[in-house]
Design a protein around this ligand. Structure first.
Ligand code: SAM
Length: 252
C-alpha cells in the first residue's frame, strides 16, 4: 500500500529499525515497502565523498548536491515518482494530523503491488532524505522541489531518527498494521481523546507496590469506564498540554 524510499548515509541503522515491531509486521504483511538507499553510492570520486566545506566559511561540512540529486533520480527511474521530503530542523513541524493526512492519501491510492514502478505521482510513494553534518546544499532541495519536515525544535546529528519517526507514525495508521485498529483512534491526539492526551492505562497485578488499580476499571460498567477515561484524558491534557486544549476549544 505504501512505499517509503529512505536516502541515508547509514542504511544499516535504518534497515535494522524497519525490521522490528510494528514496521516489521507492516512490511511482512505487504502494507509497507521500504527501499533504503545509501546516497554515498552516488558519489563520483574514488573516496566516495558526499560532503565539502561551506562556501562563506564556518564550522562543519555540507552535503554536496550531486550524490543526492542523482540518487533521487535513480530511485524514481526504478520506483516511480515520489513525494519528496527532506528531514530538517527548519521544516514544517510534523504532527499526528500530518501523519493522518499521509495515511489517508495512501489509503485512497490504489494498493502497491510488487509490479513496480508505481503510478506516477502516487501519494503512496514517499521519499525521505536524511541529512548529516550541517545539512544539505540548498540547491539539492531546490532542484528537486523537496518539502521540508522537522520532528521537533531540537537538533539531531542526522535525519535517520526523524525519517523513522515519520514512517512509523504513518505506517501504524494504515489498515492491517495494528492488531486492533481501535488502538490508533484511542491514542493521544486521536478522536477518542478529542485530539488531547491519552488516559492512564493499567494491567495486572491489581496492586503494585501498594498502588491499587482504580476501582472503576474493575467495575465492568463500560459507561462509567468510558466517562472516567474521558475525564482523565481531559485533566491530563489541561495539566500537561494546555496548548492542545486551546487548539480544540479556542474560546474555552
Ligand atoms: N545546520 C542544521 C540546522 O541548524 O538547522 C542542523 C543540521 S543537523 C546537525 C544534521 C541533520 O540532522 C539535518 O540535515 C537533518 O537531516 C537532521 N535533523 C536534525 N534535527 C532534526 C529535526 N529536528 N527534524 C528533522 N531532521 C533533523
Amino acid at each position: 500500500m505504501a512505499l517509503f524510499s529512505i536516502l541515508t548515509l547509514f542504511p544499516d541503522v535504518v534497515e535494522a529499525y524497519l525490521d522490528v515491531g510494528v514496521l516489521g509486521i507492516a512490511r511482512a504483511r505487504g502494507i509497507v515497502q521500504a527501499n533504503v538507499v545509501d546516497f554515498r553510492d552516488f558519489s563520483r570520486d574514488r573516496h566516495r565523498t558526499v560532503d565539502d566545506r561551506p562556501f562563506g566559511g564556518g564550522p562543519g561540512m555540507v552535503l554536496k548536491p550531486e550524490p543526492i540529486v542523482e540518487a533521487v533520480e535513480w530511485i524514481e527511474q526504478h520506483h516511480g515518482p515520489h513525494r519528496r521530503i527532506a528531514m530538517t530542523p527548519d521544516g514544517q513541524p510534523f504532527d499526528q494530523k500530518m501523519a493522518e493526512g499521509f495515511a489517508a492519501a495512501m489509503i485512497a491510492d490504489p494498493p502497491v503491488t510488487t509490479d513496480l514502478p508505481l503510478r506516477p505521482g502516487s501519494p503512496s510513494s514517499v521519499l525521505l532524505l536524511c541529512g548529516r553534518y550541517e545539512g544539505f546544499d540548498e540547491r539539492a532541495l531546490q532542484v528537486l522541489d523537496f518539502e521540508r519536515l522537522s520532528i521537533g525544535d531540537y537538533v539531531l546529528a542526522g535525519g535517520e531518527l526523524a525519517a523513522l519517526v515519520i514512517v512509523e507514525a504513518i505506517a501504524r495508521l494504515l489498515p492491517g498494521t495494528l492488531g486492533d485498529s481501535r488502538s490508533a483512534i484511542e491514542d493521544s491526539f486521536g478522536d477518542s481523546a478529542d485530539g488531547g492526551l491519552d488516559h492512564p492505562h493499567f494491567t495486572r497485578p491489581r496492586v503494585f507496590r501498594g498502588i491499587e488499580v482504580p476501582d472503576v476499571l474493575l467495575s465492568g460498567d463500560h459507561a462509567r469506564i468510558h466517562d472516567w477515561r474521558k475525564q482523565q484524558s481531559e485533566t491530563r491534557t489541561k495539566a500537561v498540554r494546555p496548548d492542545l486544549t486551546q487548539r480544540l476549544h479556542p474560546k474555552g
